[in-house]
Design a protein around this ligand. Structure first.
Ligand SMILES: *[C@@H]1O[C@H](CO)[C@@H](O)[C@H](O)[C@H]1NC(C)=O
Ligand SMILES: *[C@@H]1O[C@H](CO)[C@@H](O)[C@H](O)[C@H]1NC(C)=O
Ligand SMILES: *[C@@H]1O[C@H](CO)[C@@H](O)[C@H](O)[C@H]1NC(C)=O
Length: 208
C-alpha cells in the first residue's frame, strides 16, 4: 500500500488534466466557504483561489488496510505547508470582532494527519473499482504563522493588532475551527480520491 502511494506521488505532483485530476504541487482549491455559526469563533469566511504549497512532500507514516472490509487508515506527515489565498471574513474570534478582505498568507509546519476511508466496490464491465463512501480527516498542526492583509479596510493599527492576536492565539482558534476545517478538507479529498479510484481499477492500484 505504501508502495502504491509512492507510485502515485509523481502522478499527484503532475496531475492528469484530461481526467480532471489536479496537480497537488501547488494544490489549487478554487473556493472554500466556512460559516461557523456560534461559539468562541463565529465567523463567516470565504477563501478563493487557495494555493497550497508543500503537499507533495507528504510522508506516509503508517497504513492500516483492511482489505476484507475495504477500509483504510493512513497516517500522513507534512513537514510544511504554505497557504496563500484571497479571503473575506466577518465575525468574531475569541470575542474580538474581525472583518476584512484581501490576501492571506499562512505557514504551517509539522502537520500530522490521519485519513480514514471506507470504500465500496463498483463493477464496471470486467473491472472492479473502489468508490470512497466515507472519508474522515483528523489533523494536528505543530506550528502556525499567519498574516491577513487589509483587515478592517486596511486600518493599519487594528490590522496589525489583530494579526498579532491571531498568531498569539492560533492554537485556540485552530481548536475551534478544526471540526469545520476537517470536514471541508475531507469533502475536497473525497472528491479528489474518487477521481483516482474511479479511473484506475483496484487491480492496477493494488497489484497482488
Ligand atoms: C485574488 O486577489 C488578487 C489580488 O487582489 C486578484 O487579482 C485576483 O483576481 C483574486 N482572485 C480571486 C479568485 O478572487
Ligand atoms: C476487459 O475487457 C476489455 C474489453 O472489453 C479487454 O480489452 C480487457 O483486456 C479486459 N481486462 C481484463 C482484466 O480482463
Ligand atoms: C512564510 O514563510 C516564508 C518563507 O520562509 C516567509 O517569506 C513568509 O514571510 C512567511 N509568512 C508568514 C505569514 O509567516
Amino acid at each position: 500500500m505504501k508502495e502504491s502511494i509512492e507510485t502515485l506521488r509523481p502522478l499527484l505532483v503532475d496531475g492528469i488534466p484530461e481526467f480532471d485530476i489536479p496537480s497537488i504541487e501547488p494544490l489549487i482549491i478554487p473556493e472554500v466557504i466556512i460559516d461557523q455559526g456560534n461559539g468562541p469563533v463565529s465567523v463567516k469566511s470565504i477563501y478563493r483561489d487557495i494555493n497550497v504549497h508543500g503537499p507533495s512532500e507528504f510522508v506516509i507514516k503508517n497504513v492500516r488496510f483492511d482489505f476484507d472490509k475495504d477500509k483504510v487508515k493512513v497516517k500522513i506527515w507534512f513537514p510544511w505547508l504554505q497557504v496563500n489565498t484571497n479571503y473575506s471574513m466577518d465575525g468574531r474570534i475569541l470575542m474580538m470582532p474581525i472583518k476584512g478582505s484581501g490576501l492571506s498568507y499562512g505557514n504551517y509546519t509539522d502537520i500530522d494527519a490521519t485519513v480514514s476511508m471506507k470504500a465500496q466496490r463498483l463493477q464496471k464491465g470486467n473491472e472492479t473499482f473502489y468508490n470512497i463512501k466515507d472519508f474522515f480527516v483528523d489533523f494536528n498542526i505543530g506550528k502556525a504563522s499567519l498574516f491577513f492583509d487589509n483587515l478592517f479596510n486596511g486600518e493599519p493599527q487594528l490590522g496589525e493588532a489583530m494579526n498579532l492576536f491571531l498568531n498569539d492565539n492560533w492554537k485556540s482558534v485552530s481548536k475551534e475551527i478544526k471540526p469545520v476545517l476537517e470536514d471541508t478538507i475531507a469533502k475536497i479529498f473525497k472528491k479528489f480520491s474518487n477521481k483516482i479510484f474511479h479511473k484506475y481499477p483496484i487491480r492496477v492500484l493494488f497489484p497482488e
